[in-house]
Every structure is written in structure tokens, then in C-alpha cells.
Design a protein around this ligand. Structure first.
Ligand code: SAM
Length: 286
């Protein structure tokens, strides 16, 4: 059985992932680091204390660190590590640095030759992606869109042609506006809204922009939006082009080649079975 022992943690900076809702979603290694480190740099000390107390990790030194923390705070933390201390960096939920504070501390630590140790775990990115059911070869994480409408539209335009599934973090209050903006820029695409993952009200709303355009429901809680890539459209265009090419080849070779020979030729060109073209030629074209 794995237990959270008291160990001597080597000095350095540990980037520790914590739950995105369900407090049980934390690794044994993460708990071990939180229990044995000298100090925890966290966004909101109340949130981190709640997590620690649910695992009976007591009397820890917590220091708040957020995007507006002054440089002196970072230097203070780096000095601690240089004095052989171990520091864990956590955010309120999920993996630090991903749309969360911490990158400045990591950069400064690297510049000071300090060892960086990530302790992997939950993130809304992976949970929403795997639960979405949207097939993908690759995905692109956008994070939060800008608040201002004009900037948001410009940002969406930038991602319009990316041939990947896209993942956005969003504020529930703005969901309707965002979906409508996405629909107007991307056209209709499959879309999954992942709400309150790992929590009591966890829900996946599956559909497309058309379906969600007039979303009435006043969604509450944490929201991640996953949208399918523009790949389908591209494939369709590609196959339309192939179809045209096929027609040209057929009309050119008509009467010069038998259906069998023409099927063989097309099969070599398009790397598809002869039977595929033979059936097509018999049924439709000849
Ligand atoms: N660092 C975190 C991570 O690794 O997922 C993300 C932090 S970011 C400040 C918070 C955003 O993540 C939320 O606004 C929401 O878009 C998404 N998020 C966080 N928890 C979530 C949950 N339980 N369900 C759905 N989305 C969530």
C-alpha cells in the first residue's frame, strides 16, 4: 500500500497539479511533495489550506503568488530554494501555469540553475478532451479568449484555419456570446461544452454551434469548450478535387481502356483498392 511518508525532499521547485473539483483527484506523489516541502506558493491560501486539511497536512508555510505579485516575492522564493529549501507551486485548481500564474517563478528558477520538477495530474484540458468524444489527430489549446468583443473576434479569426480540435477556457456567464461569435467566424462545427468536470453537476453538452446558438440555459460553474477541427471540411474539399480528377481521367481514357484496366490505373494513382473504382465505374460513370 502507498502511504504518504515523511521524507526529506531535495531542494528545488516542484510544480504540483491539484484537483479541478473532486478533491480525490490528486496523486500520491503530489501529496508527498505537499506534505514534505518547506513552503507552498499558491494562488489563494484558503483554497490550498482546504485541500491540505482534507489530507491532514498540517501547519504548512503558505505564500500567496498571483499574476500581480511583485518581483521581490519571486526573489524571496528563489532565495529560499538557494538556501536548500524545497518549494511547491500550486494553483487553485488543476495544473499551475496553464492559464494560471507561475511562469515568472519558473523562468527565474531556471535562470538560477534551480531544478524544476513537475508533478503531473489533473487539468481541465485533458479531462474535457477525453470526455468530449470528438475524434482528433491533434488538438490546440487556446485558453481564455479576450474580454473585449473586437479582440475576441480577431483572436477567433486567427484560429479559424487551424486544422486541429480547439480547446477554450470560458466564463459561464459569457458562453452564449462566445458560441455566437464562434459560429459567425468558424461556421457550423461540432462543439462540446464541458461543465463542472469531476464535480456533482458534471455535464457534457454535445452538439454543434447551430444547436447551441440559442442556448437558453443559464449555465453556471466552470466551463471548457471543445470544438472539432476544420479538417472535415478540408477532407471534403480534397475528395471533391479527387472526384473531379477521376472524372477527367475517365473521360480521357474512355474507349481506350477497359473498365478493368481503368480501375487498375485509378487504384495505382489513388492508392485505393481496384474494387472501389470498378464498382464506382460500373454503377455511376459507364
Ligand atoms: N490550470 C487549470 C487547469 O489546469 O485546468 C485551469 C485554470 S483556469 C484559471 C480556470 C478555467 O479552467 C475555468 O474558467 C474553466 O474554463 C476551466 N476549468 C477549470 N476547472 C474546470 C472544471 N471542473 N470543469 C470545466 N472546466 C474547468
Amino acid at each position: 500500500m502507498l502511504t504518504i511518508d515523511n521524507i526529506l525532499l531535495p531542494s528545488g521547485l516542484y510544480i504540483v497539479s491539484t484537483p479541478i473539483g473532486n478533491l480525490k483527484d490528486i496523486t500520491v506523489r503530489a501529496l508527498s511533495v505537499l506534505k514534505n516541502c518547506d513552503l507552498i506558493a499558491c494562488e489563494d491560501t484558503r483554497v490550498t489550506r482546504k485541500l491540505l486539511s482534507s489530507y491532514e497536512i498540517k501547519s504548512k508555510n503558505l505564500v500567496s503568488l498571483h499574476e500581480h505579485s511583485p518581483q521581490q516575492k519571486l526573489i524571496f522564493l528563489i532565495d529560499k530554494i538557494k538556501k536548500e529549501k524545497s518549494i511547491a507551486l500550486v494553483s487553485d485548481a488543476g495544473t499551475p501555469i496553464i492559464s494560471d500564474p507561475g511562469i515568472q517563478l519558473v523562468i527565474l528558477a531556471i535562470n538560477n540553475n534551480i531544478k524544476i520538477t513537475p508533478i503531473p495530474g489533473p487539468s481541465a484540458i485533458t479531462a474535457s478532451l477525453v470526455g468530449s468524444g470528438l475524434a482528433h489527430d491533434n488538438f490546440f489549446f487556446v485558453g481564455f479568449l479576450p474580454n473585449k468583443k473586437k479582440k475576441r473576434i480577431n483572436t477567433l479569426n486567427k484560429y479559424k484555419k487551424i486544422d486541429s480540435l480547439l480547446i477554450f477556457y470560458e466564463n459561464a456567464k459569457r458562453i452564449k456570446e462566445t458560441i455566437n461569435d464562434m459560429f459567425s467566424i468558424f461556421g457550423n462545427r461540432k462543439c462540446v461544452i464541458a461543465r463542472e468536470l469531476t464535480k456533482y453537476y458534471e455535464t457534457f453538452y454535445r452538439g454543434d454551434f447551430k444547436k447551441f446558438k440559442n442556448i437558453k440555459e443559464n449555465l453556471k460553474g466552470e466551463i471548457t469548450i471543445i470544438i472539432s477541427s476544420c479538417e472535415n471540411k478540408k477532407n471534403k474539399e480534397k475528395s471533391d478535387i479527387e472526384e473531379d480528377e477521376v472524372k477527367k481521367i475517365i473521360s480521357f481514357t474512355k474507349k481506350k481502356l477497359s473498365t478493368k484496366n481503368l480501375s487498375e490505373l485509378l487504384s495505382i494513382i489513388y492508392k485505393k483498392p481496384k474494387k472501389f473504382f470498378y464498382t464506382k465505374l460500373i454503377k455511376t460513370i459507364r
